[in-house]
Write a protein of this length. Sequence first.
Length: 622
Amino acid sequence: MQQTKSILSALNEPQQIAVKATEGPVLILAGAGSGKTKCLTHRLAYIVDQKKANLNEILCITFTNKAAQELAHRILKILGYPLESWQKNPNLVMRRTLPWVGTFHSICVRLLRQEAEAIGMHKSFTIFDSDDSLSLIRQILKDKNLDPKQYSPQAIRSIISNAKNELMGPQEYQQYVQGHFQQIAQEVFVSYQRELNKLSALDFDDLIGKTVKMLEENSDIKAKYQSQFKYVMVDEYQDTNHAQYKLTRLLTNPKTNNLCVVGDDLQSIYGWRGANFQNILNFSKDFPSTNVIKLEQNYRSTKTILGGANNIIAKVKKRSEKKLWTDNEAGVPITIYEGNNAYAEADFIVTEIKALKGMSYSWQDFAVLYRTNAQSRTLEEIFLAEGVPYRLIGALRFYERKEIKDILAYLRFLMNSNDTHSLARIINVPPRGIGPKTLQKGGEKVDTFMEQMQQLREQIPTSQPHAIVENLLRVIKYRDFVVDGTEEGESRWENVEELKNLAFEFDNLDDFLEHVALVSDVDNFDSLADAVTLMTLHASKGLEFTTIFMTGLEEGLFPHMRAIDDDTQMDEERRLCYVGMTRARKRLYMTYARSRMIHGMTSTTLASRFLNEIDSGLTDRI
C-alpha cells in the first residue's frame, strides 16, 4: 500500500478517478495524447498494490506487441521490479512476470496451447501468417485450374478473413454468398480450411475464432478463466471486431463484470478490416452500470494543431461527446503547401526537413505520412537523391526475408510433423537432390533427411531455442549455402545470426515461433533510430513525432475515392485525418499536388476538403 500515493501523484484528476475505479464495468474514453497508456499502466499497478489481484490474475489485452511490451515495462517500473535484464531479454522478463499482458492473438495462442489436449488439438499447432495464407490460397486456385488474375488471391483471403472475424466458417458463409466471385471464394474457403486442419495449422483469424469456440463449448474451461481473471482490461477497444468483442465478453466474469475498456471512437480507423467502433459506443448499453470516465486533456500537441484536428473531427456524425483541449503553447501555424506535382511536393518536404535539421532537430523527429503505400516511391527517390536517411515502415520486413523464412519453416516442421506446407519449402533447401517427384516416391535421400529432422525433433524438450537453431544450422550446413563470397551472402548470414540472437529471449521453441509469427510492421519501429520515418497514416496510430508531414491531401486520394459517396467511409477518412494530425507535437505540414500520376496517367487534382475545413486563422498557406 505504501506505493499508492506515488502511483496516484503522477496523474491528473480524471486519470486518478479512472485508476481508482476498479470494480464493475469501466469505460475510459481517452482522447489522442491524453495519457491513455499512463492511465492503463497505473490502474493495473494500483490493483496489484491494493492487493485486489496479483499479476497472474489480471488480463490486459492490446493490439500490437510493441504496445504490450511498453505496457509491461511501465507496469514493472511503477511496481519497483528490478529491470536489469529487461534490456537484454524483454520477451523473457515479460512472459515470466506478466504472462497475461499481450495482444489478442498472443493471449489466444496461450489459451489454446494450455487447453489443447482438452479440446483434441495438436499442442504444437503451426501459426500461418498472412504470407502462408496467401500461398495456400494460390495453391488451391492452381489445383482448381482457376486463374489468379481473374480470381485475386488477396481478395479471396480478405473475404475469408472477414467471414472468420464474424465467427463464420465456410458453411456459415455459404448463406451470405452473392454472385459468382463470392461463390468461388466460398469453394476456396472450404478447401483452405480443410488444408489447415490437415496441417494442424491455424491462421491469425482462427486463433481468436477457435478460442471463442472453445470457451463457448466448454463451460468448465470458460469458468476456469473467468475465475482466474479477476480483472480484464482492453486497450484500443474502438478497434475490436465481432470475434474480439465476443472473446472479451467470454473471458469476463459475469458475477463481477470487472471489465475496463480504454479507447477513443474518434480514432477508429480499421473499419476495412472488420473493426466496429460501435462496440465502444454501445459499451454502456452492454453494461448498464458502466462508470464512464473521459480523458480530454491533450499533453502532446500545440493548441494550433489540436484546434485544426478538432475542426476536422467535428463533422463526424456518430461519435461520443468529448472535446480535446490543451494547456500547451499555441505554437506555429499548420503549414498547407500546394505543389505542381508529386515531385515538387516531395522536394518541398525534404527541403523543409533539412532546414529544420539545421535548427537542432534530429532526423528521428520527422515522419512523413501518406494514404497509400504507392505514394512512398516518389518520396524515396527524393530522399535518396538528397542524402536524407529514412526508414520505411511496412517495407520488406525482417521475417519476410528468404533466409529467415527458410529457418522458420524448418523450426515449424520440427515442432509439427503434420506441417507439410513448411516441409515443401525446406525439403530441397539447401539443395539435396529432392524434387517434388522424389518427395512423393521417397527413397534414400528423403529417408536421410527425415532421420535428421527426427533427431533434431527429439532434442526440443530438453534444449533452449537458441541451441535448437544452432544445431539445425550445423546439421543442414546452412552457412555454406548462403555465404557465397558476395556481400549479399554475408548480409543473409548476418540476418540468420540475428534470428539466433532473438531466440535467446525465449524459454521454449513454441513461445519463440509464436512471437515471430505474430510480429507486425509497427512492432519493428525503433524510435531511437536516427532517420526520417515514412509510413502510412494507418500505421502511424499510437506513435508521435515532433514534426509530421501529411502528404497527398487531394480529393480521391485522401479522402479516398471510395469514400466520396459513402458517409460511413467518409467519417472513417475523417477519423484517419484526425489521427494523422494528432501524431504531431510541435509542427504539422499538410501537402498536396495540383497534378499526380495515378495508374500511369497524369491527372489534375483538387485539394482535399479537409484542408478547407481547418480554421484559416490556424494555417499558413504556401
